[in-house]
Design a protein around this ligand. Sequence first.
Ligand code: SF4
Ligand code: SF4
Length: 207
Amino acid sequence: MLITRLKDKEVIESLIGKKAFVVNCHGCKEVSFPEEEANALQKELKDAGKLTGIITTDYVCNPENMKLRLERYAKEIEEADTVLVFSCGIGVQTIAEYMPEKKVCAACDTYPLPGYQGVTPLEHDCDQCGECYLNITGGICPITACSKSLINGQCGGAKEGKCEVDHNMECGWERIYRRLAQVGRLDVLKCPVQVRNFATYKDLSNE
Ligand code: SF4
Ligand code: SF4
């Protein structure tokens, strides 16, 4: 199981640009979402005229479900600078892959809980690191897409785009670079060096 928590309000606001389109995942049985907090924040953003629209659905990680829903809101998404996704890391990656030319951001961090993990038919993975980096990696998870879970860029060992640890795998950081270039966001790689806080990688089931 896993649990999602909202990122700090200031962080979320800094991701929006002028306007955002929101995608909410109200879930699957394996995930606990902060629905009330998310609703309160979204109401505030809506009242301030910062949202072009909201989709709330189950299973954002189901691409068929999302494709149909997102198509209905094409105009509202087009008007938004950012698509802000309130879900676990897999949901954010699903949306980012569906719209590779749009800035797609994670509004939540994802933490582990013990028990059944649930399944997804997708190749995306989230290791529930507790400090989601998708906002600086173009929606590709550096924890699972890179064999060394590096969060500050490539190790330098890739050959012809393949990971030095697993030659059958594309280098995760080359994928991240290409995605950021595609959305014109290479500037985010100039962010301060990330130091992974392993204290966030903890079981919250007793809190
Ligand atoms: S960075 Fe990866 S492992 Fe961490 S919460 Fe985001 S998707 Fe999950
Ligand atoms: S080659 Fe790429 S994916 Fe492999 S460990 Fe290095 S940075 Fe990570």
